[in-house]
Write a protein that binds this ligand. Structure first.
Ligand code: HEC
Length: 144
């Protein structure tokens, strides 16, 4: 009787532990937009895709009508590809990523040829993973 009880408790405990560890492993594996994706966009894209601002007395508008500095405008997209900038679940249909993977010589390659380093393959994979996972911005809203 005593042995059975010990065994049952042991089994329950083991089950509880394995369930807990699976859940936290999944959370830890999910890409966090603000921590992992935003810095990549800041470094490679913000200089041309931010909210209209004044730079040395010159008005600078976001290129292609695309702002990458807020969740709403990343979702909305630009002039040519509205609603296709980020297509949740479909990285290959998302222009945010497509432009990063086009050859240097393509007119739509981003950043444009000679205007900054291409995004590294590892970072492109990270962005693809974020889109595949549903392209959630979490609590981040960005610049209004
Ligand atoms: C030096 C300036 C510059 C940088 C840096 C830059 N872009 Fe662009 N981007 C442009 C210009 C100019 C256009 C408009 C091109 C056109 O329509 O022919 C554009 C257009 C786009 C478009 C198409 C928007 C639409 O719907 O019309 C996307 C998507 C895009 N850029 C993504 C990016 C991403 C992602 C990065 C960073 C990896 C980036 N860009 C960095 C200048 C830039």
């Amino acid at each position: 009787m005593k042995t059975t009880l010990t065994l049952t408790l042991g089994a329950l405990l083991a089950l509880g532990l394995s369930v807990t560890s699976t859940t936290s492993a999944q959370d830890a594996g999910k890409v966090d937009f603000e921590k992992q994706i935003l810095p990549i966009l800041k470094e490679s894209c913000f200089k041309c895709h931010e909210k209209e601002n004044e730079d040395n007395g010159k008005i600078k508008k976001p290129k292609g009508g695309l702002r990458l500095d807020s969740a709403a405008t990343i979702t909305k997209g630009g002039k040519e590809y509205p609603d296709e900038n980020v297509v949740a679940g479909k990285p290959d249909a998302s222009w945010l990523v497509k432009t990063m993977t086009l050859p240097d010589t393509d007119d739509m390659a981003m950043p444009p040829e000679g205007k900054g380093d291409r995004v590294t393959p590892a970072n492109i994979d990270l962005i693809k993973k974020w889109i595949t996972e549903g392209a959630s911005f979490g609590a981040w809203k960005g610049v209004e």
